[in-house]
Design a binder for this molecule. Structure first.
Ligand code: SF4
Ligand code: SF4
Length: 174
């Protein structure tokens, strides 16, 4: 009998807890986004994956080497990296990016491509307005026309660390 009464009070308590949450949400100020009226007033959160891009600098240069690692790792075959072979001034053959094609319509925004890129050449923009009338318009070339790969600034080699005892000649002579 005591167990039965305890269960009744326990159930009432759980019911009240549920009603409390309902009431809190009932009186909480409503947040209704008036989209598209509020367009431009609010930004998606920082890590929002809206659209894949290849950032270019002011000289129309990007960091993509055309290695294709992002394309190989994309589970949806969303990326198509088309490269050309060129001959450099010193006679060497080099692979360069021709077209970086991205099909936004098949992208799941998983982020694998940006994670595996060794050059950090691709990133996300918060742009989420992608409505078009034909799916073919969602296939985009991400490298800008006439762009080329950014020249790497070769850092001066760091001085080798001195071994113990090296560089103390002056002290030895003294
Ligand atoms: S975006 Fe990165 S991983 Fe993809 S081809 Fe360019 S350098 Fe390679
Ligand atoms: S986010 Fe995922 S699906 Fe989209 S291009 Fe990158 S790897 Fe492919």
């Amino acid at each position: 009998m005591i167990k039965y009464i305890k269960e009744i009070f326990s159930d009432i308590w759980n019911l009240l807890l549920g009603m409390k949450i309902t009431m809190i949400n009932f009186i909480r100020p409503k947040v209704t986004e008036q989209y598209p009226e509020n367009r431009g007033k609010k930004q998606p959160f920082e890590r929002f994956r809206g659209e894949l891009v290849i950032p270019h600098n002011e000289n129309n240069e990007h960091k993509c080497t055309g290695c294709g690692i992002c394309m190989i790792n994309c589970p949806n075959h969303t990326i198509n990296v088309i490269t050309n072979q060129i001959t450099t001034e010193d006679g060497k053959t080099k692979k360069v990016l021709d077209k970086y094609m991205y099909d936004l319509g098949s992208c799941t925004f998983c982020g694998l491509c940006t994670q595996v890129c060794p050059q950090k050449a691709i990133s996300w923009t918060p742009n989420f307005e992608h409505a078009v009338f034909t799916r073919s318009k969602l296939v985009k070339q991400l490298n800008h026309p006439g762009s080329k790969m950014e020249e790497k600034k070769v850092a001066a080699p760091a001085a080798a660390p001195k071994k113990e005892g090296e560089g103390n000649e002056t002290n030895v002579q003294q």
